[in-house]
Design a protein around this ligand. Structure first.
Ligand code: HEC
Length: 203
């Protein structure tokens, strides 16, 4: 092993090359990433998460939605995401500027949710779907999240956002679901997921 210095040099070169390529260059490239200005509406985009939506993001992480859902729209030519209506453009780095941590995900047992707030803007729809996915999506294999709701059997004193459970899913008597706070927050988060605005790098 009188050439061990060569081996050490090789190891060093590998480390330097990977730190440069995987850490330093991407950092330089992305460091200046900023929100875009929407002059017409006078806001910067993405707007970020506030109030219930911010809390709901934690519920999303808590319940492991990421194990079945991604939040990243692939570019045209790299899959059918845009054709499927999952977004009007590919996702770009600045979409994640407020995401700590980003919830891009890797598994797509269910559809991508990067723009679910634009695609499905009805809170009632989300409540029914979370309570029992098969109500809104026949044959769905998404697990029901009944524990996020309280079931009431009478229409008396229902809060405004209670939703009537349709026929066969209600059981013998009529039923309404009342979202608990976690459900309200989670749905506020889902409705906030809308990245269908224009950015210069992906038109
Ligand atoms: C075991 C996998 C799995 C898990 C965990 C899961 N989902 Fe799903 N999800 C699916 C599948 C499959 C579908 C497609 C069928 C349907 O609409 O129910 C779906 C559909 C959806 C849709 C409708 C998407 C559309 O384009 O119509 C939303 C919204 C959604 N899931 C939210 C959630 C949330 C929020 C959680 C966490 C509380 C979650 N999912 C957890 C599998 C899953």
């Amino acid at each position: 092993m009188n050439r061990s210095w060569l081996l050490a040099l090789g190891v060093l070169a590998t480390i330097v090359a990977s730190v440069t390529g995987l850490v330093l260059l991407p950092d330089r490239q992305l460091r200046s990433t900023a929100p875009v200005q929407d002059e017409d509406r006078g806001i910067t985009l993405p707007v970020g998460y506030f109030g219930d939506a911010e809390e709901g993001r934690k519920v999303y992480m808590d319940l492991g939605c990421i194990y079945c859902h991604t939040q990243q729209v692939r570019p045209e030519g790299f899959g059918a995401d845009i054709e499927r209506g999952w977004g009007m453009r590919r996702s770009v780095a600045r979409d994640y500027i407020h995401d700590q941590p980003p919830l891009m995900g890797t598994m797509r047992t269910g559809p991508d949710l990067m723009n679910i707030g634009a695609r499905q803007p009805s809170a009632q729809w989300h409540y029914l779907h979370l309570y029992e996915p098969r109500i809104t999506s026949p044959g769905s294999i998404m697990p029901p999240h009944r524990f996020l709701f309280e079931v009431r059997r009478s229409a008396d004193g229902l809060p405004e956002d209670a939703v009537r459970v349709p026929g066969e899913f209600a059981g013998e008597k009529p039923a309404w679901i009342v979202p608990k706070d976690r459900a309200r927050r989670l749905v506020a988060y889902l409705l906030s997921l809308d990245h269908n605005y224009e950015v210069p790098e992906a038109r």
